[in-house]
Design a protein around this ligand. Sequence first.
Ligand SMILES: Cc1cc2nc3c(=O)[nH]c(=O)nc-3n(C[C@H](O)[C@H](O)[C@H](O)COP(=O)(O)OP(=O)(O)OC[C@H]3O[C@@H](n4cnc5c(N)ncnc54)[C@H](O)[C@@H]3O)c2cc1C
Length: 256
Amino acid sequence: MQRARPAPADYHLISVMANFKTFEARVVRSIPLSDFTKHLELEVEGVNHFGYVPGQWLSVKAVTPDGEEMTRAYSIASPPTDNGHVAFCLNRVEEGFMSNYLCGLEDGATISFQGPFGDFTLRPPLRDTLFIATGTGVAPFRSMLHWLLANKERHQDHEFWLLFGARTEEDLYYKKEFQELETKHPNFHFLPTLSRAPETWKGLHGYVQEHVGEIVGMRSDMHAYICGLDKMVKANRDLLKTLGWDRTSIRYEKYD
Ligand SMILES: Cc1cc2nc3c(=O)[nH]c(=O)nc-3n(C[C@H](O)[C@H](O)[C@H](O)COP(=O)(O)OP(=O)(O)OC[C@H]3O[C@@H](n4cnc5c(N)ncnc54)[C@H](O)[C@@H]3O)c2cc1C
């Protein structure tokens, strides 16, 4: 006897419910990116392939020493792979539980999470795109850019800019990696900017929003993706709107 197929609406429900499954992941590597920031590489247990779209995040669960269950969102900082690996770019927040818990994990430790969640993902059809990040807000862009640039058919005929703001050069996470991508792909432009640059710094100075106008010029036919703390996201959204951009061309994720 033939089994009844789920209706299309049920397929949607099944995929949404799948995200509420709790997964375990093992820390494969924890690498300091700066004094307060870690790159955490995880292997999701019990799966060969962990599916997600670049830009999505996971909801990490942990119990505090007081017995309170906490959940916090963390963007996936790596492109999809076939080995069930995902990475986080984590910043220690003063007095915060989850960020310090995750940054303190040793190789081999396990964490619990649900997901993937979120629609901060690349919107088709692809256009020339400006990615704007500060701090660990660069995480979803590391995932998107590695995914995009890995396949010429995905990215040819378009230009991409990563405008990445930090206080000092030490806080420009994955700098070497982005520089290597820029060397390899003439249509990718890595633009780090420092708000507390030393005299020796030859790159851009100041906040990210001070450089957006220069990059986009008179154009409003591009996409912009913005990720980081609320104040920075708002400043850049407001700026792009005053430059005549339609709000649907601007996508953003706020971390606080
Ligand atoms: C969709 C999404 C994706 C995120 N992705 C990442 C990521 O990839 N990497 C990452 O490091 N964080 C990310 N965050 C932030 C993360 O979820 C937590 O908010 C952060 O780690 C603080 O959690 P906590 O439990 O340590 O501190 P909490 O106890 O939540 O906060 C402690 C104090 O710090 C303030 N605060 C909260 N978050 C921040 C922040 N990010 N910066 C400065 N002050 C803050 C709070 O207002 C509070 O006063 C993301 C947030 C969202 C919503």
